[in-house]
Design a protein around this ligand. Structure first.
Ligand code: ZN
Length: 431
């Protein structure tokens, strides 16, 4: 009886410990930097498998350092150079962790943007990276070669490089270095100019597991669609004084603490989030919505939107809208362009309201909490929108000083949409 009780207590401790660690661990690392020569937007996943995280972090660091060496001091008269790293991450069968890093580099140094993919399939049980040979039986390599060939002829017949293709598709599984596993398919990647002319870009060839004897990898876990979320509308007095705090590039490990703090002060804020962080931070975002905060669209992966073609721009926005709707049951009405850079053409091609800011705290640059606080407060006026980023701990520390000060000054903290509504009411009252 006594032993049973001890076991129960121990189990409770374990559960609390597991619960705490999982909510305290970061899920996606984000780095956004801007200086006179370069724009950098990087997102990569944290798997909490030490070996795998070390490998990914090392790779990202290498790319970042190499880019800075190459372009950091290159003062182009035309445009800044851009580095963007985006990721895809999924886990199959609770065991195989699949990551692809999608690297994009553009510079007026280059005739065309350079983009490439790097993939990692990590077996958590064996604690090692897998090659294609570890996964696909050798006698299936001929089937893979014929699937790749027919896929290329069907989709890329105008740009196949025949000699390269012949060399690439052989019986050696290790000649395929870029691949990941999804719930029902193996995806093979080929770099630009590897087997097709470079203008066809990176090629992704999907191969159904059942065609190559990998039925045991099929993963039936389906994502459940959720209902539309309803937020209560507040009645705000148009004669009051209002400020909108806004946070870009999140969520992050710090966001939960921030929203709990804001909630405790009855303050609402607007978060411009990245589409590629919606699923990993679903719980934080749902909590944020339940507290009455607003979520806005800040693109899928923080590419420099103005530099994209209009189709890619629309795709970045739509993909983020869809993932938010399907994951959170919430559809944003606001969009904040990355690096605050927006054109009339972009405005014409989105139905979302563009939300910029009046006060830039530069919290991504300044490491001092007091500096961030004074930048937020020194020229603040009724109706202002303040820009911050909830991916830095110092920003959360600064908010805890900014909010009480704003309250003392008589301001109420509202979302950007609430602020717009108040401005509309004031306008109508003047008529
Ligand atoms: Zn941003």
């Amino acid at each position: 009886m006594v032993i049973g009780m001890k076991k129960l207590i121990l189990l409770c401790f374990c559960l609390i410990f597991v619960g705490c660690t999982s909510s305290n661990q970061d899920k996606v690392k984000t780095l956004i930097e801007e200086d006179k020569n370069v724009l950098i937007g990087i997102n990569y996943p944290i798997t909490n498998i030490p070996n795998l995280d070390r490998i990914i972090e090392k790779e990202v660091k290498n790319i970042y350092n190499h880019f800075n060496e190459e372009y950091g001091n290159f003062n182009s008269l035309k445009e800044k150079s851009e580095l963007n790293i985006d990721y895809h991450y999924n886990i199959i069968k609770n065991r195989y962790h699949n990551i692809s890093l999608n690297v994009f580099i553009d510079s007026s140094f280059l005739a065309h943007p350079n983009n490439y993919v790097k993939t990692y399939v990590y077996d958590q049980k064996e604690d090692k990276l897998l090659t294609l040979g570890d996964i696909v039986p050798k006698d299936q390599m001929k089937t893979i070669a014929s699937i790749v060939t027919s896929y290329l002829f069907e989709h890329y017949s105008d740009c196949i490089l025949m000699d390269e293709l012949k060399q690439k598709i052989n019986d050696d599984p290790n000649s395929y270095s870029n691949f990941i596993l999804t719930k029902d398919k193996l995806l093979l990647y080929f770099e630009r100019a590897e087997i097709t002319a470079s203008y066809c870009g990176i090629i992704e060839v999907p191969i159904d597991y059942h065609k190559i004897g990998l039925n045991h990898l099929i993963d039936d876990n389906q994502q459940v669609m959720i209902d539309t979320i309803k937020q209560e509308k507040r009645n705000l007095d148009p004669n009051g004084k209002y400020i909108a705090l806004t946070f870009d590039d999140g969520p992050s490990i710090y966001t939960k603490n921030l929203i709990e703090y804001l909630h405790s002060r009855n303050a609402k804020a607007t978060f411009f989030i990245l589409g590629n962080k919606v699923i990993p931070y679903k719980d934080t975002l749902m909590l944020s919505l339940s507290y009455g905060n607003e979520l806005g669209n800040h693109s899928y992966n923080h590419k420099w939107l103005r530099k994209l073609g209009i189709n890619d721009f629309v795709n970045q926005i739509d993909k983020t809208q869809t993932i938010m709707k399907e994951t959170l049951g919430y559809t944003p009405v606001l969009m904040r362009p990355t690096y605050g850079d927006v054109t009339d053409e972009m405005r014409k091609h989105t139905s979302l309201d563009i939300a910029l800011w009046n006060i830039d705290t530069m919290d991504w640059k300044y490491k001092s909490v007091n500096k961030i606080v004074s930048r937020a407060l020194s020229n603040v006026k009724d109706g202002n929108i303040i820009l911050m980023h909830d991916i830095h701990k110092r920003t959360i520390d600064a908010v805890k000083k900014i909010v009480p000060k704003l309250e003392e000054m008589g301001y109420q903290l509202v979302t950007v949409s609430e602020l717009r509504e108040i401005q509309m009411l004031r306008y109508l009252n003047e008529l």
